[in-house]
Design a protein around this ligand. Structure first.
Ligand code: SF4
Length: 430
């Protein structure tokens, strides 16, 4: 590994590395893991997500995805009726019937996820056995896997973690003498993935694989030569399973903003022994574009205060970006779960003294937020409208999962997501 120039060396910041965390276990206001289907079904183009759930579950994903009735969405719901709940029908027979009909009607499906829900868990429907049974019947044309998207003790980004974790056991094994390969875990919009692919190529880092892949036939290999870089901070179980298969996790902050992206790329470049000079040359132009784009929003955001409710698990990297690259004042960073190891570099970069909270007791947190009167509140949909009605400006955290925000070219767009609500509020008040 090469030594780093002072400009590129990760400073020994401690920020909030050892900061106390307020742990709350009260009422929560979050969506369930089914929500992840909305971005995952766009990513894996020959997959289908079959929710085994109630009409409520069907309603949630249909309204959240804004389905057009003429589109053929790659997700649906096998409705558990009351007689299933009462144990009057064999839910497995019904599920087999639904799946048979589905694959006959949609021959392009190659990967079928049976997605568990609160109702399927309540009636203890064993979807892992159902997936094995159906896979045996439908393979090799269709592979059937399962995961849980239930809202019991989870938040909405758990859905992606559970989905990717379900893929890990079926990833091919990399040959023991394979050269090092980089595996990026976490769903990224195709446009962002293409940009990163070009940057890694310019750095001489590769081969590079992505999880999830765009097509189910392109599952990335994994083994001791795999160097794992997380693109999302909510992949605790996926990372654990990949490491159990030999992958080595590279420690890095997440690629939000110019600084986050540079440090994230640098972690991979270090593992490949890329020199400071080659690294600086490869990132110079896009990093400069990112700084220029951020500069256009800094005047408006500098010094403004922000309160982040626990929702997407993106909150710590987001707070780091808002504080360090846009000069915002962080009042509280809430996150549903704090994975100390995966977030170590993010916490070290957060301004010392930042209030961190994990879990939620929504009424108490609302009290803290109201008392602080922040300039902008990052929160879930359920809290946004009431807070707007109280005169607070809000940003929906779920939007950060639907919008391309990672990487240099998106740094300005990410800043704009926070500038826009403030501009709108000023216009409303004029
Ligand atoms: S999985 Fe649970 S929380 Fe999610 S929509 Fe269905 S019933 Fe509601």
């Amino acid at each position: 590994m090469n030594s780093l120039s002072p400009a590129l060396r990760v400073p020994a910041e401690t920020g909030c590395a050892d900061a106390p965390v307020l742990r709350e276990r009260g009422q929560r206001e979050v969506f369930c893991g089914l929500t992840g289907i909305i971005w995952l079904h766009r990513k894996i183009q020959d997959a289908f997500f079959l929710v085994v759930g109630s009409r409520t579950c069907a309603h949630l994903i249909q309204s959240a995805a804004g389905v057009m009735i003429f589109a053929e969405p790659r997700f649906g719901t096998a409705i558990i009726e009351e007689r299933d709940l009462a144990g009057l029908a064999d839910a497995n027979d019904e599920l087999d019937r639904v799946v048979t009909r589905l694959v006959e009607r949609r021959p392009e499906i190659r990967l079928l996820f049976l997605v568990g829900s609160c109702p399927s868990e309540v009636i203890k429907l064993d979807l892992s056995r159902a997936a094995q049974r159906l896979s045996a019947r439908l393979s090799p044309a269709v592979r059937v896997l399962n995961y849980s998207g239930s809202g019991i003790e989870t938040t909405f980004t758990h859905g992606e973690d559970a989905c990717l974790a379900a893929l890990v056991p079926v990833l091919p094994a990399a040959p023991s003498d394979a050269p090092p390969a980089l595996l990026i875990a976490g769903a990224l919009p195709d446009v962002v993935e293409d940009q990163f692919r070009r940057l890694f190529q310019a750095l001489g880092v590769g081969p590079v694989h992505f999880l999830p892949p765009r097509r189910s036939g392109d599952l990335p290999p994994v083994g001791p030569a795999t160097r794992l870089l997380l693109a999302q901070p909510f992949l605790g179980e996926t990372a654990r399973l990949l490491e159990a298969r030999g992958a080595q996790l590279l420690s890095a902050p997440f690629p939000l903003g110019e600084e986050g992206t540079t440090r994230w790329l640098r972690a991979a470049a270090n593992a490949w022994g890329v020199s400071d000079r080659a690294f600086a040359a490869a990132i110079a132009a896009p990093a400069e574009r990112a700084r220029a784009a951020l500069g256009r929003h800094r005047d408006l955001l500098d010094g403004r205060s922000v309160f982040l409710f626990p929702d997407s698990q993106l909150e710590p990297p987001l707070a780091r970006f808002l504080a360090r690259e846009l000069g915002m004042r962080i009042i509280e960073v809430g996150t549903p779960y704090l994975h100390r190891q995966h977030l170590a570099e993010e916490l070290a970069l957060l301004p010392a003294g930042t209030m961190l909270s994990e879990g939620q007791d929504v009424e108490r947190q609302l009290d803290r937020c109201r008392a602080a009167r922040p300039d902008i509140v990052v929160c879930g949909l359920g809290l946004a409208n009431p807070l707007e009605a109280e005169g607070l400006t809000t940003k929906w955290s779920i939007e950060l999962l639907f919008t391309p925000i990672q990487g240099y070219e998106q740094a300005g767009d990410l800043a704009e997501l926070f500038a826009r609500p403030l501009i709108r509020r000023v216009r409303l008040e004029v």
